[in-house]
Design a protein around this ligand. Structure first.
Ligand code: B12
Length: 431
């Protein structure tokens, strides 16, 4: 299930008109489920498999018939739609198993709508699910305490995908992240220990993609790439030989590692998305719960962005609005930072209490969740908690204003111009 769907009417209206935002929506909506095509690769040959996008069945179109089992993957934002699809399949007598981040933390909720839930990483359990399905004795819950070794990862079945449908494909090089940001709902929920996939495997996956697509654009589906610097250097050298263009998510510390940045530039990396979260130290206090890591980094943000972008790699700086340390001026602060830092791309999102996160537990305890269990509000654009230091209506108004400004044609062009100017100056300096 793919695609952004904000519910806030003011934002939805803007989304239809703003060029920067529409562009981004198109990019975001266009990725297949890596989790499912990975499990497809672990499915024995005597089974026939097909891959479907729920998007095609949203309006109640005829579902694929005569299937023995349906494996559904979804994030929180679309989980209610996924449940509806699960129920429609079940009413046709098709067994439905669900997995992924959301149902791993809400298995009881999911079991109201499907036959079986897989908690955590799917690879160690998928074979058992299929064997039980063949015997007609599917269990309600599958879970394992054994962490999955990415050295055993299969090559995802990219060949099952309709190539024309996507503008890029994902490859995962690592799972987990050493940092513990209280709002993070990424794979540490299912793979708590940081781990990497052998470089040779990553290269094999990229070659599998190249067999289907000429000149592919690849997105790494990592929580935080380049955490292990020795591994990253090997990875980047290998990627450089593959001659691909690619994108990933990482943390700001790469800006302090010139050798890594040189390798990154040579490897074909086009853009890195970095969770800066806030330009304000006060807002970042306590967000990373182990070492207050993000608050410690904010002073060097601009320098690091400059170091990365000077290599021709654009930075997509992501900001979270609604942090407890935010005051009413935070919206202006983000706008100012975006202008002063020459960030090529900016993403602003609303702090979101995803299920299973420390943030959710805390806000619930503080009775600040507006609508409990409203997972369809987990879009990153819909406010579902009471912010501190400002009213909900002030927050919503200011957020919409910020979106309107940041993604306006004028501001988007100014960002591009600032970036180009910075690149020209860098090139002159280097000569
Ligand atoms: C790629 C990606 C996307 C792609 C998704 C493509 C797709 N169709 O899957 C796109 C760009 C479309 C996307 C969109 C969004 N995303 Co996104 N995305 C990611 C990202 C970077 C990687 C996900 C990934 O591929 N992981 C690798 C695969 C192998 O792992 P996996 O899916 O978890 O699958 C494993 C297990 O969970 C399990 N499993 C999964 N499904 C199933 C099913 C069965 C039957 C079984 C047995 C097992 C199983 O087995 C798999 C192998 O172990 C993550 C961040 C992250 N690092 O996790 C965010 C992340 C998943 N996204 C997130 C969000 C919030 C969104 C958006 C709401 C953002 C937005 N406003 O647009 C939308 C929502 C889309 C939706 N459909 O609801 C959150 C989700 C949090 C949550 N609880 O919902 C994450 C965690 C980022 C974050 N920290 O906020 N996203």
């Amino acid at each position: 299930m793919s695609g952004v769907r904000a519910h806030d009417p003011a934002l939805t209206a803007l989304g239809l008109t703003l060029p920067g935002f529409v562009e981004r929506n198109k990019v975001i909506a266009s990725l297949p489920s890596l989790g499912l095509i990975t499990l497809a690769a672990l499915t024995p040959e005597h089974h026939d498999i097909s891959y479907y996008e729920i998007e095609d069945y949203r309006e109640g179109g005829r579902l694929p018939q005569s299937l023995d089992i349906v494996a559904l993957s979804t994030f929180s934002a679309q989980v209610f739609e996924a449940y509806k699809v699960a129920e429609r399949f079940r009413s046709m007598g098709t067994q439905v198993v669900m997995g992924g981040l959301h149902v791993s933390v809400c298995p009881d909720e999911a079991l109201l709508h499907c036959d079986s839930v897989v908690i955590g990483e799917g690879e160690p359990l998928w074979g058992e699910v299929l064997r039980d399905c063949e015997k007609g004795s599917l269990k309600q819950v599958y879970r394992t305490a054994l962490p999955f070794d990415l050295a055993d990862a299969p090559i995802p079945r990219f060949d099952l995908l309709d190539a024309n449908r996507y503008n890029r494909l994902t490859v995962q090089t690592s799972r987990g992240c050493p940092w513990r940001c209280d709002f993070c709902a990424s794979s540490y929920l299912i793979a708590p220990k940081y781990k990497t996939k052998p470089v040779e495997k990553v290269v094999e996956e990229i070659r599998a993609i190249k067999r289907i697509w000429n000149n592919p654009f690849i997105e790494l589906a990592d929580d935080n790439s380049f955490v292990d610097r020795a591994y990253s250097r090997r990875l980047l050298k290998a990627l450089a030989l593959e001659r691909i263009r690619w994108f990933t998510e990482t943390d700001i510390s790469i800006g302090e590692d010139p050798e890594l940045l040189d390798l990154l530039a040579e490897s074909g990396c086009q853009q890195v998305l970095i969770g800066l979260e806030s330009p304000r130290r006060k807002s970042l206090e306590g967000v990373e719960m182990q070492a207050n890591w993000k608050a410690g980094k904010v002073k060097g943000y601009k320098r690091s962005i400059q170091a990365i972008q000077s290599r021709g790699i654009t930075v997509n700086g992501c900001f979270v609005l609604g942090l407890d340390g935010d005051s009413p001026e935070v919206f202006e602060d983000v706008l100012r930072f975006s202008r002063e830092s020459s960030l090529y791309e900016v993403q602003v999102t609303v702090l979101t209490p995803f299920p299973g996160t420390p943030l959710y537990a805390r806000l619930k305890k503080e009775r600040r969740i507006l609508r409990e269990g409203a997972w369809d509000r987990c879009t990153l654009f819909d406010l579902n908690f009471k912010p501190l230091g400002m009213t909900e209506s002030y927050f919503r108004r200011q957020f919409v204003n910020l979106v309107r400004l940041l993604y306006s044609k004028e501001e988007t062009e100014k960002r591009r111009r600032r970036y180009r100017k910075m690149r020209v100056e860098e090139t002159r300096r280097a000569q």
